[in-house]
Design a protein around this ligand. Structure first.
Ligand SMILES: C[S@@+](CC[C@H](N)C(=O)[O-])C[C@H]1O[C@@H](n2cnc3c(N)ncnc32)[C@H](O)[C@@H]1O
Length: 205
């Protein structure tokens, strides 16, 4: 299976890789973000998060990286998942349409289904600094859609973080299909993973 091959290929690689972790917990995902932020916290970054919910991760990035040129943009319906996923029902993560409350002028949110909002919103976004794309929509459909929307913006040294990569029919499969469709334009160099490849980061080369 492709996911097993991916795991074994990257077994002894990465700045962080906890495989095999007997105590995988959702909280451990912070370790991957901390590893990235250690290098990026004093640099201007454009952080794009697809799937924001209550905003834990966009808060973490914007409160750790205080560089004035940095920007943090979060995309979400704020109405929860559009489809059921791994035992979670449609509507799970519903925020009743409310944005997270973050008092930082560098942070903004785009509310709507990605399929209706991302294309237009990206026209008004900047990409000249190193971009960090955090793909945390869980679903195959949402992740694949976003990958194709950001495709033309990608550049060397941009970072892609997947939050549920080991849900291999979803985020992993979306990335596999995306890679097949872009003429091998990018090498996705493995930065690291936590929770037995649940959360995974790549840098583009
Ligand atoms: C796991 S939550 C995000 C968690 C968040 N990144 C954090 O760190 O706390 C997934 C989110 O993706 C959003 N989402 C999934 N597919 C979407 C779509 N097609 N359009 C808009 N939002 C979507 C859901 O509304 C949900 O809030």
């Amino acid at each position: 299976m492709a996911f097993v091959a991916f795991m074994s290929e990257n077994k002894s690689k990465g700045k962080i890789n906890d495989y095999y972790n007997k105590r995988a917990t959702y909280k451990n995902r912070y370790q991957l973000h901390d590893t990235l932020l250690l290098e990026l916290k004093n640099k201007p970054v454009f952080y794009y998060e697809f799937g924001v919910a209550g905003g834990d991760m966009i808060k973490k990035w914007s409160s750790t990286n205080k560089v004035k040129e940095s920007r943090f943009v979060g995309f979400d319906s704020f109405e929860g998942l559009p489809e059921s996923w791994e035992g979670k029902k449609e509507g799970h993560f519903d925020q009743k349409g409310d944005f997270p409350d973050i008092n930082d002028s560098r942070v903004r949110f785009v509310k709507g289904w990605f399929q209706d909002s991302v294309y237009k919103a990206l026209l008004d976004c900047d990409f000249h600094e190193q971009c960090v794309y955090h793909l945390d929509a869980d679903l195959f459909s949402s992740t694949l859609y976003v990958l194709f929307q950001i495709h033309a913006k990608l550049k060397v040294n941009d970072i892609l973080i997947f939050d549920e990569f080991s849900s291999h029919d979803h985020e992993f499969e979306a990335l596999e299909i995306f890679k097949k469709c872009i003429n091998n334009k990018w090498q996705f160099e493995f930065i690291g993973a936590v929770n037995n490849y649940r959360q995974v980061a790549f840098i583009l080369k």
